[in-house]
Design a protein around this ligand. Structure first.
Ligand SMILES: Cc1cc2nc3c(=O)[nH]c(=O)nc-3n(C[C@H](O)[C@H](O)[C@H](O)COP(=O)(O)O)c2cc1C
Length: 232
């Protein structure tokens, strides 16, 4: 049973049994490969900044560019929650139409990896990020549809050591509750995720932060390819 798999065994087994989401995709991808077709997986960036197009979106764009470079069979998409109506989660109320559209996109078996980006607000994630992650309760109720998808987290702060790692760990806690495979930024930086510094609504001068964003995007993509049995 999938729930009995260890993470090591899970990652090592190219032909693991298909159960949900990404794993169902694995079987499809292998069949397609045999038939000579080329299948793609998708990595989705989710910006939880109330300000679309600003530094969180810029950081995620760097991650997604690096993810695409990790394999010819990788597509990416950026979803900006700041453009949408994602209300505070109320267990007694239905989710918003906008959240349902996002949930449908994330449930797509082709989506093998998700990178959540948040600005640091007072040492933590934004209320928009928390609202989104709480709305994701729907996935737990629907057979853990995010299970076995790979997850990484990016945080942008206005100062160095402004709480980027605290915000990342808060988001990671919620993603672990979805049975996602949570990874950090890959080597050589290899820590908790992408940690960026915003100077005047610009991250382009933050050389180290940009490296962590690239390494996170590449790491999410590489692990997703392995989980899907598509690693070279
Ligand atoms: C309410 C609020 C609280 C903030 N708290 C922090 C903080 O604790 N640490 C920090 O480094 N930056 C803090 N900032 C700065 C933002 O994290 C930073 O400007 C970030 O780049 C904004 O992301 P965006 O460009 O995607 O909107 C705060 C900004 C706001 C509006």
């Amino acid at each position: 049973m999938a729930s009995d798999l260890t993470r090591r065994g899970f990652l090592g087994a190219a032909g693991v049994a298909a159960v949900t989401g990404t794993m169902a995709y694995t079987a499809g991808a292998k069949g397609a490969a045999k038939a000579g077709k080329e299948e793609k997986i998708k990595i989705v960036g989710i910006s939880c900044s109330p300000r679309p197009g600003k530094t969180t979106a810029q950081g995620l764009t760097i991650c997604l560019d690096a993810a695409r470079k990790a394999g010819h069979n990788i597509e990416t998409e950026l979803i900006e929650l700041g453009d949408l109506n994602i209300p505070v989660f109320d267990p007694a109320a239905p989710g918003s139409a906008d959240f349902e559209k996002v949930a449908a996109r994330l449930s797509d078996p082709k989506v093998a990896g998700i990178i959540v980006g948040t600005p640091v607000y007072f040492g933590n994630m934004t209320s928009l990020a928390k609202a989104f992650l709480d709305q994701c309760m729907v996935f737990r109720k629907k057979g853990l549809a995010l299970s076995n998808k790979v997850a990484g987290v990016l945080a942008v702060g206005g100062v160095r050591n402004g709480g980027q790692e605290l915000a990342i760990q808060s988001v990671q806690a919620a993603l672990l509750c979805q049975e996602m495979i949570v990874v950090g930024d890959g080597r050589p930086t290899a820590h908790f995720g992408a940690t960026l510094l915003n100077r005047g609504d610009d991250i382009s001068q933050d050389e180290f932060g940009i490296k962590t964003a690239r390494n996170l995007g590449r790491r999410v993509a590489e692990v997703a390819l392995r989980v899907c049995g598509l690693a070279g």
